[in-house]
Design a protein around this ligand. Sequence first.
Ligand code: DP6
Length: 358
Amino acid sequence: WILMATARAPTNIAVIKYWGKRDEALILPINDSISVTLDPDHLSATTTVAVSPSFEKDRMWLNGKEISLSGGRYQNCLRELRNRAGEYTDENKGIHIEKYDWNKLHVHIASYNNFPTAAGLASSAAGFACLVFSLAKLMNVKEDLSQLSTIARQGSGSACRSLYGGFVKWTMGNEMSGSDSIAVQLANETHWDDLVIIVAVVSSRQKETSSTSGMRGSVETSSLIQHRAKVVVPSRILQMEQAIRNKDFSSFARLTCADSNQFHAVCLDTSPPIVYMNDTSHRHDLFHNYRIISILERWNRHEGTPMVAYTFDAGPNAVIVAPNQKVAIDLLQRLLFYFPPARDNELSSYVLGDKQIL
Ligand code: DP6
């Protein structure tokens, strides 16, 4: 016999960023973070998992290519899931799995990202959220999403936030075990559905410094990161929660841009400095992400109120949030004016909503 389960999980974009761990093995952060989960039609992972007595070992394929599961992060997720697996019976098929049988049975995992391959967008958040959710279904794990988020967190910190739609907070927690370092939903996907998120794909180049090693460097060498984690972020989290509750775009935009810029300031304050923000400038001067910032800042200043919010992760692509479709279209027209599609289509923008533009 063989049992299977399939799930899909979208990626999420942090508007108050997670940067820095207090425990590397358990992936426990030094500050809370807040994110928006994207619409699953665009940047998401789809994972099918299977179990059968005939499988001889755990195996995984990512986009059709077998990858090793020997890394600590995969092993931690698999162990946590097996510890919480439940009994399963299907009398018609004559299947009976005891709780403890899951320690002997092996799983096969096949995961696909629907990320445009050229986009160079991070996929670990969607990937681990999807892996944990699909395996939890297969193994009959009877825990709620916040409990599952503590497992996804051990795959990749940002993954814990992708288990929920809408606006999500990852509370850092205080326990050494990480039991209270969980994701909670602040508002579901229908709460503020006017927002449009545009990912301006500036470069498909892989980032030079991974988030994991980048944040390790910042924790070890930056003094700014301490001030950020202890003073700035706690107050921003409260303000952001309020902005989301009240659908107050102007506060939302101000906090989002400020937090992205402070995260990149912490990167520069790291020794040796980490420079994610000008990663793309070598390709084409027009696609300098500082230029995107200056265009958007100028537009916001000109209107006297934030028209859009921008945020950049540990990679070159701009994520821009518009308050509604009308502004989103205006924004796309501006981007196309300043960054006309290059010969080799370096800048491809698309709206993460119900339609794809470009
Ligand atoms: C800048 O979750 O990729 O995107 O926990 O080491 O896997 P690990 O790091 P990861 O870091 C994400 C960093 C960020 C900000 C964020 O998503 O909050």
